[in-house]
Design a binder for this molecule. Structure first.
Ligand SMILES: N[C@@H](CCC(=O)N[C@@H](CS)C(=O)NCC(=O)O)C(=O)O
Length: 236
Protein backbone atom coordinates (compact mmCIF):
# COMPACT_ATOMS: atom_id res chain seq x y z
CA UNK A 1 0.00 0.00 0.00
CA UNK A 2 1.20 3.50 -0.89
CA UNK A 3 0.29 6.73 0.92
CA UNK A 4 -0.09 9.64 -1.51
CA UNK A 5 0.20 13.20 -0.17
CA UNK A 6 -1.22 15.50 -2.79
CA UNK A 7 -3.46 18.37 -3.87
CA UNK A 8 -5.39 19.14 -7.08
CA UNK A 9 -2.48 20.60 -9.07
CA UNK A 10 -0.56 19.45 -12.18
CA UNK A 11 2.32 18.05 -10.11
CA UNK A 12 -0.12 16.22 -7.85
CA UNK A 13 -2.08 14.86 -10.80
CA UNK A 14 1.03 13.36 -12.40
CA UNK A 15 1.24 10.92 -9.50
CA UNK A 16 -2.48 10.13 -9.19
CA UNK A 17 -2.61 9.45 -12.96
CA UNK A 18 0.40 7.10 -12.72
CA UNK A 19 -1.06 5.26 -9.72
CA UNK A 20 -4.35 4.84 -11.58
CA UNK A 21 -2.58 3.66 -14.76
CA UNK A 22 -0.60 1.12 -12.73
CA UNK A 23 -3.62 -0.01 -10.65
CA UNK A 24 -1.50 0.25 -7.51
CA UNK A 25 -3.44 0.35 -4.23
CA UNK A 26 -3.00 3.69 -2.45
CA UNK A 27 -4.57 5.94 0.13
CA UNK A 28 -4.86 9.65 -0.50
CA UNK A 29 -4.07 12.33 2.05
CA UNK A 30 -5.04 15.73 0.61
CA UNK A 31 -3.00 18.61 2.01
CA UNK A 32 -4.55 22.05 2.39
CA UNK A 33 -1.88 24.19 0.72
CA UNK A 34 -3.49 27.51 1.70
CA UNK A 35 -3.40 26.38 5.35
CA UNK A 36 0.34 25.57 4.82
CA UNK A 37 -0.10 21.94 5.88
CA UNK A 38 2.79 21.13 3.53
CA UNK A 39 5.11 23.10 5.84
CA UNK A 40 4.17 21.24 9.02
CA UNK A 41 6.98 19.31 10.76
CA UNK A 42 5.33 15.89 10.26
CA UNK A 43 5.20 16.46 6.48
CA UNK A 44 8.72 17.91 6.27
CA UNK A 45 9.94 14.51 7.52
CA UNK A 46 8.43 13.05 4.32
CA UNK A 47 9.39 15.91 1.98
CA UNK A 48 12.04 18.31 3.36
CA UNK A 49 11.06 20.74 0.56
CA UNK A 50 7.55 21.21 2.01
CA UNK A 51 5.66 20.72 -1.26
CA UNK A 52 3.29 18.18 -2.74
CA UNK A 53 3.35 15.54 -4.13
CA UNK A 54 5.07 12.93 -1.99
CA UNK A 55 4.51 9.23 -1.40
CA UNK A 56 5.35 6.75 1.34
CA UNK A 57 5.63 3.12 0.24
CA UNK A 58 4.41 1.11 3.25
CA UNK A 59 5.48 -2.16 1.60
CA UNK A 60 9.09 -0.96 1.41
CA UNK A 61 9.75 -0.06 5.04
CA UNK A 62 7.87 3.25 4.81
CA UNK A 63 10.16 4.49 2.05
CA UNK A 64 9.39 8.15 1.29
CA UNK A 65 9.80 9.74 -2.15
CA UNK A 66 9.39 13.44 -3.01
CA UNK A 67 9.67 15.37 -6.32
CA UNK A 68 7.01 14.30 -8.82
CA UNK A 69 9.54 13.18 -11.45
CA UNK A 70 11.37 10.99 -8.92
CA UNK A 71 8.03 9.53 -7.79
CA UNK A 72 7.09 8.65 -11.39
CA UNK A 73 10.45 6.92 -11.93
CA UNK A 74 10.08 5.05 -8.63
CA UNK A 75 6.60 3.81 -9.54
CA UNK A 76 7.65 2.83 -13.08
CA UNK A 77 10.67 0.89 -11.77
CA UNK A 78 8.67 -0.72 -8.97
CA UNK A 79 6.16 -2.12 -11.47
CA UNK A 80 8.30 -2.50 -14.60
CA UNK A 81 5.72 -0.47 -16.53
CA UNK A 82 5.40 2.99 -18.16
CA UNK A 83 9.16 3.09 -18.84
CA UNK A 84 11.33 0.57 -20.71
CA UNK A 85 14.19 -1.13 -18.87
CA UNK A 86 16.75 -1.03 -21.70
CA UNK A 87 19.24 1.86 -21.33
CA UNK A 88 18.28 3.69 -24.54
CA UNK A 89 14.52 3.32 -24.10
CA UNK A 90 14.83 4.39 -20.46
CA UNK A 91 17.01 7.35 -21.43
CA UNK A 92 14.47 8.53 -24.03
CA UNK A 93 11.74 8.55 -21.37
CA UNK A 94 13.98 10.33 -18.87
CA UNK A 95 14.94 12.99 -21.44
CA UNK A 96 11.29 13.97 -21.98
CA UNK A 97 10.55 13.66 -18.28
CA UNK A 98 13.42 16.08 -17.50
CA UNK A 99 12.15 18.36 -20.28
CA UNK A 100 8.96 18.67 -18.26
CA UNK A 101 10.62 18.89 -14.83
CA UNK A 102 13.19 21.50 -15.89
CA UNK A 103 11.20 23.30 -18.61
CA UNK A 104 7.44 23.00 -19.00
CA UNK A 105 6.73 22.86 -15.24
CA UNK A 106 8.88 25.80 -14.09
CA UNK A 107 8.01 28.00 -17.11
CA UNK A 108 4.24 27.41 -16.90
CA UNK A 109 4.46 27.71 -13.11
CA UNK A 110 6.07 31.16 -13.41
CA UNK A 111 3.64 32.14 -16.20
CA UNK A 112 0.85 31.35 -13.71
CA UNK A 113 2.52 33.41 -10.99
CA UNK A 114 2.95 36.53 -13.13
CA UNK A 115 -0.20 36.17 -15.30
CA UNK A 116 -2.66 34.99 -12.65
CA UNK A 117 -1.44 35.52 -9.11
CA UNK A 118 0.85 38.54 -8.80
CA UNK A 119 -1.17 41.62 -7.84
CA UNK A 120 1.18 43.77 -9.98
CA UNK A 121 1.16 43.10 -13.74
CA UNK A 122 4.80 42.99 -14.80
CA UNK A 123 4.37 42.61 -18.56
CA UNK A 124 7.99 41.67 -19.45
CA UNK A 125 7.85 38.81 -16.92
CA UNK A 126 4.48 37.63 -18.26
CA UNK A 127 5.83 37.76 -21.84
CA UNK A 128 9.02 35.94 -20.89
CA UNK A 129 7.32 32.97 -19.18
CA UNK A 130 4.39 32.67 -21.58
CA UNK A 131 6.82 32.99 -24.52
CA UNK A 132 9.14 30.31 -23.16
CA UNK A 133 6.16 28.01 -22.43
CA UNK A 134 5.01 28.54 -26.04
CA UNK A 135 8.48 27.73 -27.33
CA UNK A 136 8.51 24.47 -25.34
CA UNK A 137 5.01 23.65 -26.65
CA UNK A 138 6.34 24.10 -30.21
CA UNK A 139 9.16 21.65 -29.40
CA UNK A 140 6.54 19.12 -28.24
CA UNK A 141 4.36 19.78 -31.29
CA UNK A 142 7.26 19.28 -33.67
CA UNK A 143 8.28 16.01 -31.99
CA UNK A 144 4.71 14.72 -31.83
CA UNK A 145 4.28 15.34 -35.59
CA UNK A 146 6.43 12.23 -36.14
CA UNK A 147 5.74 10.28 -32.93
CA UNK A 148 2.52 9.01 -31.36
CA UNK A 149 3.93 9.50 -27.85
CA UNK A 150 6.96 11.35 -26.52
CA UNK A 151 9.33 8.41 -26.00
CA UNK A 152 8.26 5.15 -27.65
CA UNK A 153 5.15 3.71 -26.02
CA UNK A 154 2.94 5.76 -23.68
CA UNK A 155 5.10 6.43 -20.62
CA UNK A 156 5.64 8.51 -17.50
CA UNK A 157 7.10 11.19 -19.85
CA UNK A 158 3.66 11.60 -21.46
CA UNK A 159 1.95 11.68 -18.05
CA UNK A 160 4.30 14.37 -16.70
CA UNK A 161 4.08 16.68 -19.72
CA UNK A 162 0.36 16.13 -20.25
CA UNK A 163 -0.58 17.05 -16.67
CA UNK A 164 0.88 20.53 -17.30
CA UNK A 165 0.01 21.04 -20.99
CA UNK A 166 -3.68 20.42 -20.31
CA UNK A 167 -3.73 23.54 -18.09
CA UNK A 168 -2.37 25.81 -20.86
CA UNK A 169 -5.38 28.17 -20.66
CA UNK A 170 -4.65 28.87 -17.02
CA UNK A 171 -1.12 29.95 -18.01
CA UNK A 172 -2.51 32.06 -20.88
CA UNK A 173 -0.70 29.99 -23.52
CA UNK A 174 -2.63 29.08 -26.67
CA UNK A 175 -2.32 25.78 -28.56
CA UNK A 176 -4.74 26.41 -31.47
CA UNK A 177 -1.95 26.38 -34.07
CA UNK A 178 -0.25 23.26 -32.63
CA UNK A 179 -2.24 20.36 -34.18
CA UNK A 180 0.06 17.52 -33.13
CA UNK A 181 0.15 18.69 -29.52
CA UNK A 182 -3.66 18.91 -29.52
CA UNK A 183 -3.96 15.41 -31.03
CA UNK A 184 -1.69 13.99 -28.28
CA UNK A 185 -3.48 15.98 -25.57
CA UNK A 186 -6.89 14.65 -26.65
CA UNK A 187 -5.61 11.09 -27.07
CA UNK A 188 -4.22 10.99 -23.53
CA UNK A 189 -7.27 12.79 -22.14
CA UNK A 190 -9.42 9.88 -23.43
CA UNK A 191 -7.61 7.28 -21.28
CA UNK A 192 -9.88 6.14 -18.41
CA UNK A 193 -7.03 6.11 -15.86
CA UNK A 194 -6.12 9.68 -16.82
CA UNK A 195 -9.74 10.82 -16.50
CA UNK A 196 -9.80 9.30 -12.99
CA UNK A 197 -6.34 10.65 -12.06
CA UNK A 198 -7.28 14.30 -12.61
CA UNK A 199 -10.16 13.97 -10.16
CA UNK A 200 -7.84 12.79 -7.37
CA UNK A 201 -8.07 14.68 -5.15
CA UNK A 202 -11.44 16.04 -6.24
CA UNK A 203 -11.61 19.75 -6.96
CA UNK A 204 -14.42 22.10 -7.88
CA UNK A 205 -12.20 24.13 -10.17
CA UNK A 206 -10.91 22.92 -13.50
CA UNK A 207 -7.74 24.59 -14.76
CA UNK A 208 -8.37 23.04 -18.19
CA UNK A 209 -11.35 25.33 -18.69
CA UNK A 210 -11.68 29.08 -19.01
CA UNK A 211 -11.72 31.30 -15.95
CA UNK A 212 -14.92 31.07 -13.94
CA UNK A 213 -15.92 32.08 -10.43
CA UNK A 214 -14.30 29.02 -8.83
CA UNK A 215 -10.99 29.41 -10.65
CA UNK A 216 -10.99 33.14 -9.82
CA UNK A 217 -11.40 32.26 -6.14
CA UNK A 218 -8.57 29.73 -6.50
CA UNK A 219 -6.30 32.46 -7.97
CA UNK A 220 -7.09 34.60 -4.93
CA UNK A 221 -6.16 31.75 -2.56
CA UNK A 222 -2.84 31.11 -4.32
CA UNK A 223 -2.10 34.86 -4.33
CA UNK A 224 -2.52 35.00 -0.58
CA UNK A 225 -0.47 31.79 -0.15
CA UNK A 226 2.38 33.32 -2.18
CA UNK A 227 2.26 36.54 -0.16
CA UNK A 228 2.33 34.64 3.14
CA UNK A 229 5.18 32.43 1.92
CA UNK A 230 7.22 35.40 0.69
CA UNK A 231 6.87 37.34 3.89
CA UNK A 232 8.24 34.46 5.96
CA UNK A 233 11.91 33.78 6.25
CA UNK A 234 11.80 31.14 8.96
CA UNK A 235 11.45 27.86 7.17
CA UNK A 236 10.83 26.16 3.80
N1 LIG B 1 9.46 20.17 -8.39
C1 LIG B 1 8.40 19.82 -7.48
C2 LIG B 1 7.42 20.95 -7.42
C3 LIG B 1 6.38 20.74 -6.36
C4 LIG B 1 5.47 21.94 -6.21
O1 LIG B 1 5.81 23.06 -6.60
N2 LIG B 1 4.29 21.71 -5.60
C5 LIG B 1 3.37 22.79 -5.38
C6 LIG B 1 1.98 22.40 -5.90
S1 LIG B 1 2.03 22.03 -7.62
C7 LIG B 1 3.24 23.04 -3.90
O2 LIG B 1 3.30 22.14 -3.11
N3 LIG B 1 3.06 24.32 -3.53
C8 LIG B 1 2.90 24.71 -2.16
C9 LIG B 1 4.00 25.61 -1.67
O3 LIG B 1 4.76 26.14 -2.49
O4 LIG B 1 4.09 25.79 -0.47
C10 LIG B 1 7.72 18.53 -7.98
O5 LIG B 1 7.66 18.35 -9.21
O6 LIG B 1 7.27 17.72 -7.15
Amino acid sequence: MIDLYSAATPNGHKVSIALEELSLPYTLRTLDLSAREQKEPWFLKINPNGRIPAIVDRDEGDFAVFESGAILIYLAEKTGRLMPADPKGRSRVLQWLMFQMGGIGPMMGQANVFFRYFPEKIQPAIDRYQGESRRLFRVLDHHLAAHEFLAGDYSIADIANWAWVRTHRWSGVEVDDLPHLRRWRDQIRARPAVARGITIPPSERDLEQDLDEKTAQFAEEVRSMLETGQSRDDGV
